[in-house]
Design a binder for this molecule. Sequence first.
Ligand code: ASP
Length: 336
Amino acid sequence: MKRRHFIKKASLTGVGLAVGSSLVSCDEAKSKEQSAEKTIANQSTATVPLVIATWHVIDATAKAMEILQADGNALDAVEQGCRVEEANEKGQSVGKGGLPDRDGNVTLDASIMDKHGNCGSVIYLQNITHAISVARKVMEDTPHVMLAGEGAKQFAVTKGFEPENLLTEASKEAWEKWKIEAKYKPIINIENHDTIGMLAIDKNGDISGACTTSGLAYKMGGRVGDSPIIGSGLFVDNEVGAAVATGLGEEVVKTVGSFLVVELMRQGKTPQDACEEAISRIVNKPNSDYKNFQVGYIAVNKQGKTGSYSIHQWFSMTKFQGGVNEQIQSDYFNKA
Ligand code: ASP
């Protein structure tokens, strides 16, 4: 392992090492290095690189890990991971094949954030499958943070994205069925898959995050959820950790949920406790209607510890760490 990487890994786990000092001989340094490496190896919850994502998306986390293992950075990993689900027409909550709004238009929201705190998002984007990559272009190639609607689409086209029809036959059929009654009700856990939020730590210990969604099925035209709102759907602070949300965006926005989770970790909470506290802020509001909607958070801290929590059962997190890519059922609030 290269020393530069090793020192970064050592500081990740709180294992200090006095290398570089003229008082430490090479042999001494080597043996300290070896014993520190062992310590790291034993802390299986704190190995990097790692990637976590909302819901059951092992192909997406596998793609992200492929990039991290090849010494790629966390930003590329989360973008490429999200693209896997955006291109998957069978997933009806993200990218191509996403369920439309009540007028039959598929409109996408996405955001991305890097280790420097730079961010970009697209809101109400139509006809472009890879909303996450457009969000990255907003971050890197414009002086802005958010682009919406037609402006976002025009920007994407100038960047070489091909416009296409995102409404698949299956989603059109589902929408036509919905129109018979046209009742609006948030669906708890759409087919075990919803907004894809992804957080990664690369081999350098740097954190990035991304999320992408077609938003609530059959929403009002023009509706924007939490996912493209920095601090609500996604927040990354490379000194502390990162969080991402899924579920009823309106409730996440009201508590600036992902920022809240990261700030709670900054105050010393574990990722798990921080996710639980953020959910408790929603369900403990006077007159909260939480029985009728779902919200879930996943989080990771700088040490590579992770957490996830939701209001209702069946939210899950996919985690790829230490060579294992697995779906983990989240603990949840509503056990009544
Ligand atoms: N959070 C997304 C939104 O409100 C949707 C979801 O994750 O179910 O747009």
